[in-house]
Design a binder for this molecule. Structure first.
Ligand code: ATP
Length: 364
């Protein structure tokens, strides 16, 4: 019996509701599994921790995560704390501190979900956005001088290294190669940003030579937004810089029906460190504590976590539960136009898992 060590970091807002829901789903799986178990460690980092200690997480916080097999994360954001403090103090500290350089965001319109692109079905919109997660526009290089004076200067320097571009573009080509359509779109802005993005394009053309079976094209980021709405079926795997992919993936999540469904994986492809899985949405303070949060994005993230651990059957089962719930309007939370609660959706997912695992045990 394999025991996976899992860190859970609910963070802030509805993260405190959806991460426990994700943990319940994992516990439901473990209850019936003969091959794996989970050893959870919960971390209370985030806005409340900051109010007590002046930091979003302990200085040596990463040490407690390094020996884990995976991390399930909720969100970081607090109405009383500046966004750059919550983001850099927790999520980016973990992602950059453990070099999780590939941020992977699948998007599909699930059957039963009323998505804004009316003519679209799941077949027309089935994307994976690969976001560079370690440098670029969010490298943290920059500063402010003459603060508060009229001559104040502030800079945020986008840093793109050849090695950083190469490793993420190669990761995206490999992912595209593993998907049925073998299709990759490299998002750029090399018309206006004539240094780093031109190098980005050059690297893409070089890496492409190693993947002759992958069809690839280049798209400017502004044109990419229009293409996502106008010709969604022309896209499959998409790779973009940190900022570009951040924006494109929120658009993707909204086009698929709700921010509440979309998952994210922050992957260290070399597996030197644990990878971290989280719903794409933020802390959503407007609905916090009301039982309205849609946990499906977290469940889909749990499915990606299990896939990363190599537990393919369990990953598939959790995804089946997500699709089953999506197809049942009685189990839709308010963001999907329904009135189901977080607890009801979670119970339905656990029930689906229990029944499926009992049935397969009987069949075995
Ligand atoms: P942050 O500042 O932490 O990034 P936010 O609160 O500004 O987050 P999001 O959490 O990304 O924004 O979401 C925007 C809105 O979408 C929320 O205010 C909420 O109404 C809705 N929403 C997001 N996630 C969910 C969810 N899981 N279930 C239901 N509604 C959601």
């Amino acid at each position: 019996m394999k025991t996976y060590r899992i860190a859970t970091i609910p963070g802030d807002g509805i993260g405190k509701e959806v991460v426990p829901a994700g943990k319940e789903v994992m516990q439901a799986l473990a209850k019936y599994s003969k091959s794996f178990a989970f050893d959870f460690e919960d971390f209370d980092w985030g806005g409340d921790y900051y109010r007590k200690h002046g930091l979003m997480a302990p200085v040596d916080g990463l040490d407690a995560l390094r020996d884990k097999d995976a991390i399930l994360f909720g969100s970081a954001g607090d109405p009383d704390i500046a966004d750059h403090i919550t983001l850099w103090g927790l999520r980016l500290k973990i992602c950059q501190g453990m070099d999780m350089y590939a941020n992977v965001r699948p998007t599909r319109i699930l059957a039963g979900i009323d998505a804004p692109l009316k003519r679209c079905t799941g077949k027309d919109l089935d994307w994976v956005i690969v976001r560079e997660n370690s440098e670029g526009e969010y490298s943290g290089v920059g500063g402010r001088v003459h603060q508060g004076f009229p001559i104040e200067v502030a800079t945020d320097v986008s840093v793109i290294t050849r090695a950083g571009a190469e490793r993420i573009i190669r990761y995206a080509f490999k992912l595209a190669q593993a998907r049925p359509r073998k299709l990759l779109t490299v998002v750029t802005k090399s018309n206006a940003q004539r240094h780093a993005m031109v190098m980005w394009d050059e690297v893409a053309a070089e890496v492409a030579k190693d993947f002759p079976d992958v069809t690839w094209d280049k798209e400017l980021v502004d044109a990419a937004t229009a293409r996502m709405v106008g010709r969604p079926a022309s896209l499959d795997t998409i790779v973009a810089t940190n900022l570009h992919a951040d924006i494109l993936s929120d658009l993707a999540a909204a086009l698929a029906g709700s921010l509440g469904i979309a998952p994210t994986a922050n992957i260290d492809p070399e597996r030197r460190f644990p990878s971290m899985f989280e719903p794409i949405h933020g802390s959503a303070f407007d609905i916090m504590g009301k039982g309205l949060a849609n946990p499906l994005g977290t469940f889909w993230s749990v499915s990606m976590l299990l896939e990363h651990l190599g537990e393919h059957d369990a990953a598939r089962l959790v995804m089946d539960a997500v699709e089953e719930i999506a197809s049942n309007p009685h189990l839709h939370t308010r963001d999907l136009g329904g009135s189901a609660t977080t607890a009801q959706v979670t119970a339905a997912a656990c029930d689906f898992i229990a029944k499926s695992m009992q049935a397969s045990e009987l069949a075995a």
